[in-house]
Design a protein around this ligand. Structure first.
Ligand SMILES: [Zn+2]
Length: 141
């Protein structure tokens, strides 16, 4: 699959989250329906139908658990703190600030958080990477 780039990736993660949230809602509704049917069948002593619906209920619970886990994971991803990294200066080049996921530089010294990146971006000695443009969106919020 071709890499559509960061912005598109964020959008598709969001829609994946929306899709899974909708699926979660639908499964909850289905489960409610089946639970109601199970109650009715118990009262009517419809044993074979009751068994089928109990199996269905179990399957829906499992599905719901899976989807809820996926929704949790996707939400964690969405709220994961963005990170930055600073490329150390060399004899010929000044230090460069990159976004955490920039492929031009691999963070060997670890990452910095927004607070430090905000300071770094205002320092005249530190350049912002031309490829990942860490300065864009950094001062927002
Ligand atoms: Zn970069």
């Amino acid at each position: 699959m071709p890499d559509p780039g960061g912005e598109i990736r964020e959008t598709s993660e969001l829609s994946l989250l929306e899709k899974n949230s909708a699926l979660e809602e639908w499964l909850r509704w289905q489960l409610g329906q089946v639970q109601k049917r199970v109650r009715d069948l118990r009262q009517a002593s419809e044993l074979s139908l009751l068994e089928k619906n109990l199996a269905l209920e179990e399957w829906l619970r499992w599905q719901l658990g899976q989807v809820q886990k996926r929704v949790r994971d996707l939400e964690e991803q969405k709220h994961a703190a963005p990170r930055w990294k600073i490329q150390q200066k060399t004899e010929t080049a000044p230090p460069v600030l990159h976004r955490g996921d920039c492929e031009l530089y691999e963070a060997r010294l670890g990452y910095i958080d927004r607070e430090y990146a905000l300071v770094a971006v205002t320092m005249p000695d530190i350049r912002s990477c031309e490829a990942c443009r860490p300065d864009i969106g950094l001062s927002q919020e």
